[in-house]
Design a protein around this ligand. Structure first.
Ligand SMILES: *[C@@H]1O[C@H](CO)[C@@H](O)[C@H](O)[C@H]1NC(C)=O
Ligand SMILES: *[C@@H]1O[C@H](CO)[C@@H](O)[C@H](O)[C@H]1NC(C)=O
Length: 404
């Protein structure tokens, strides 16, 4: 008997123009558009297997990293699965020979290859992998942009993980959200020199969740109103131009300013939300000083930092400057885990800081070991991948395999 199953992986995306605030919380419609870079699945990915079988006991079941999660009726996962089933039903209605998978229970297993404790947003890649996997299982004809409408309802920024490269989430104008979707602004091949370094910053306390933080900002921040009316629309145009022209200076300036604008509206929220900590701010100081010294030498900016709803820094830089960035971060923020250097670049390229770099911007002697626990070096990457059955996360009985 045929086995109806599919396995897909999906990438993490890190925004340069941040999404912060919903105009409709049920449909997850943003107050503004946003733009992100998709990171390579060679380093960070969510993988999801799904299977439909008429013989499964009633009710869908889902496992995340081997642990069963309840699919709450009316919750976000249930909403996504209902929307995917509706499109599957259209396929079945168009061709009577198609198996009636839309009526069968689903078994879904998902796995993130990075620790949730690392504080990297796993919901975006996870939801994108779920939508990619079930849409492959159902053999849906919809485009990635159309599928992004469903991923968006699972977790807003997940819609951007349905594409590789440089991706915009267009806010749309309609009340039903039918035009609030992701589009690719440029493929990764357009600017493959774009690399990223994730600095995992240890933080004992649990920050405000982005879902609740965001709506507190919408309800109380006057600065957010200025941001959405006068700042973001213009920045979206400018960053798309910077990407089209591969203008790193403009890209870096916009990315850093938008990260700072986002954290400013968090601070302007009542009660205030703090996502950055002292280590995050020290990383900002180091990157700002590298840039200042480089520009003073008549050269361009070397890197751009950006921070989401947590203390981890993501530093975008062009490939040629990555050895300098890694060495500088290593010098001031020694890690507990040795840097794996996946691109073998540390020993062969220039690492000298620009002349005039002022080491006093960071506290003397640098930070204690482990303030940054690890570094992940990656690049701009591709969109969801279709994987073979041999990579399935489900065993014969439709339960998660125990991963070695
Ligand atoms: C952003 O949001 C504001 C207020 O809702 C709106 O006036 C503006 O047109 C939006 N534009 C973009 C491109 O995000
Ligand atoms: C599938 O995995 C579950 C637990 O993850 C286990 O209990 C079950 O026996 C497995 N079934 C097969 C056929 O391997």
């Amino acid at each position: 008997m045929a086995l109806y199953q599919a396995t897909a992986s999906a990438p993490v995306n890190i925004a340069c123009i941040k999404y912060w605030g919903k105009r409709d919380t049920a449909l997850i419609l943003p107050t503004n558009s946003s733009l992100s870079v998709t990171l390579s699945q060679d380093h960070l990915r969510s993988t999801t297997s799904s299977r439909a079988d008429a013989s499964f006991a009633q009710g869908d079941r889902l496992w995340l990293n081997g642990k069963e999660e309840e699919i709450k009726a009316g919750g976000r996962t249930a909403t996504c699965l209902a929307a995917l089933r509706k499109w599957r039903k259209e396929v079945e209605e168009g061709d009577a020979s198609e198996p009636k998978m839309s009526e069968w229970p689903l078994r879904i297993a998902s796995y993130n290859n990075f620790p949730t404790a690392a504080g990297l947003a796993s919901s975006a890649s996870g939801l994108a992998a779920l939508v990619a996997s079930v849409s492959q299982l159902y053999q849906l004809p919809q485009t990635p942009s159309e599928l992004s409408l469903i991923a968006r309802q699972g977790s807003g920024s997940a819609c951007r993980s349905l594409f590789g490269g440089f991706v915009a989430w267009r806010m749309g104008a309609r009340d039903d959200g039918a035009d609030s979707l992701a589009v690719q602004v440029a493929p990764r091949e357009h600017w493959p020199e774009m690399h990223a370094l994730i600095c995992v910053v240890s933080d004992a306390k649990k920050g405000t969740s982005s879902t609740s933080g965001m709506q507190k900002t919408v309800a109380t921040s006057t600065l957010l109103q200025h941001r959405i009316k006068h700042v973001v629309p213009q920045r979206m145009d400018e960053i798309e131009r910077a990407i089209a022209e591969r203008d790193f200076d403009a890209f870096a300036k916009l990315t850093m300013r938008d990260s700072n604008s986002f954290h400013a509206v968090c601070l302007d929220t009542e009660p205030p939300i703090f996502y950055l900590n002292d280590v995050s701010r020290a990383i900002i100081a180091v990157v700002e000083e590298l840039n200042r010294a480089s520009v003073a030498q008549g050269n361009g900016l070397v890197a751009a930092y950006t921070f989401d709803a947590g203390p981890n820094a993501v530093i975008y830089t062009l490939e040629a400057n990555m050895p300098l960035i890694v060495n500088t971060i290593n010098e001031y923020f020694p890690q507990t885990q040795a840097f794996p250097d996946p691109f073998k670049m540390l020993d062969k390229a220039h690492i000298a800081k620009p002349e005039g770099f002022n080491p006093a911007v960071v506290r003397e002697g640098g930070w204690e070991k482990g303030a940054v626990s690890r570094l992940i070096h990656t690049t701009v990457g591709d969109g969801p991948r279709r994987l073979g059955d041999e990579e399935s996360l489900l065993n014969e009985s439709g339960e998660p395999k125990t991963l070695a």
